[in-house]
Ligand binder design. Sequence first.
Ligand code: ADP
Length: 627
Amino acid sequence: MGLHLAYNIDLDVAGLMILVILYIVVRTNYSVTDDLIQFRRFLVAAALTVAADIATCVAIGSARVMNPLLASVIYMSYYDLQMLAGYYMCCYIAILKKRRGGGDDYHSETLLPGLIFVGAVILMIINLFMGFFNRFDRELGYSHGPFFGLMFILPLIMVFISISLLIRARSVLRKWEIRTILILYTLLVVGIALRVTILPEYMPDGFLIALGALGILFSLETPDYRSLMKTMDDLERATRIKDNFLISITHEVRTPINTMLGMNELILRKSDNDEVRECAENAVEAGNTLLSLVNDLLDLSKVESGTQEIVNAEYEPASLINDCYNMISDRAASKGLEFTIICEETIPSLLKGDMIRIRQVMINMLTNAVKYTDKGSIIMEVRGREIGEGRVNFIIKVSDTGIGIREEDLPKVFEKFGRADLPRNRSIEGTGLGMPLSKGLCQAMNGDIEVMSTFGKGSIFIATIPQEVVDPTPLGTFKIGGEHKNIAPMKYHLFNAPKAKILIVDDTKLNLKLIKKLLEPTQVQVTTAESGPKALSLLEEEEYDLIFMDHLMPDMDGIETYKLFKESNSSFNKNTPVIMLTANAMRGMKEEYLAMGFDDYLGKPVIGEKLEQMIIKWLPADLIELL
Ligand code: ADP
């Protein structure tokens, strides 16, 4: 009774040997981790599949001489072992995902492949007796059953599930890892395709699977790669902790800085002593620098951690450009620099985007141009380039005739804390945060910023940011400066309003004291409330002309208080304007507060003249006597 082989098994034998060697290497040289255990199980199942494939080859070739039940069991084990290998591959992917912090749904993710494996075992047991897939017979030999083709459905589903698992894990797995596992599946498919097409005599799939497993071992499971991955995991975790720390600490630091600035303003107001005033002025200047540094750090950590929100709203480019002019022109004039804005007439008059962020980028570019230019001029050119689908690229180009940047220093410009030509620029105040932040913001808005420079001659910064067009009517000839240009320099004590009654709601006593003091010269009658409930009861008792409401307060915050106040429909203060007064000076907040129903917004630190201007804006004119 001679046994015959139905196919050439050379490649399968080679594959089996590779798989066995891989298993021995993994078993002896590696420290055990969860993913390695699954990989080892996969290796065992794959090796047994290949061995069973070889045995099946014997069973098919010797069907007329072998016990049919034994031959069917051999075939069944081949089929089910390959399903088991597929199941372990799913477990391996799921455990990799879990280890990389992709969530703790390992059990739910491996449930379906497990059920499919069990289904395959049951089906093959039924096939033993019914022979609907295939059958072995002493007389007829090996033959396909009526549903032979359906047998391939379950392995296909298993492959499909593993690939979908891989796709779901793509955010936590590295591209390289995904590619290596996909190569294994590609090799498997190629192996099967070869077997049923040009190499019917051979069984190359076992060999190719062994090569795929070898690839996984050498890329994902080498000790070096694993320790590298661990280091990267640790680094990512540390970066996350750093970002969160930075975000919370900068938030915390803003509050005392605001108080310091407010107190300094009081000193400036109260003191006639020149020496004291000079000290206080210096303290205000240093405080403002510190505040803008803290704001930049906060923004930058948000940009880097991807938590930076872009708040899109409609805005007029004309007013954006005007703002920039007003904020920079005095600074440029004080250095004797000519400051020109050239604005393309065809820019749409109404756009949609995050104007506050774009302004931040523009101001950063302009401030730098002024800072790094001692003589000559600064030109800001603004253009709009249509990019289809109702969008334009909003292009802002700032050129200066300043010190310029050496070619080798250009890459440093957008690096965090990267200050070019430090020895020469040391005397110029700066932190090296403005440009990386601007770049991050532009990129968060799907745009970019670039720099060109000739050392000693000047620099050009170009920001390009795509924006939605709301009203394509051309902006037309744009007047630089416009009505804001000749705005009177701000001064203290702009009005008297002895009959006006204002309610200030803030949980920080110091803030209440500060605002009261700031308003002392105006003779306004100021009432204060340290909490939401206190404010609500005051509003039930008395009529006020204006209310300032802090946002973040313990128990009942400003928004809740505002809502309850509006719902209460108190007869006294039905029409009293409510102004949000908050240290939550994040860009985009103003629009949110206005949408909630607040009449206006005043950011902390409370600056005397801004507070006064806000009161002038909202108090009934008959209560105010302008000075
Ligand atoms: P800084 O706070 O130091 O100005 P930025 O991030 O705004 O930091 O800019 C990074 C560096 O790029 C600066 O330190 C400076 O060396 C260089 N730089 C930026 N703008 C200009 C400019 N207009 N002219 C010359 N150098 C510039």
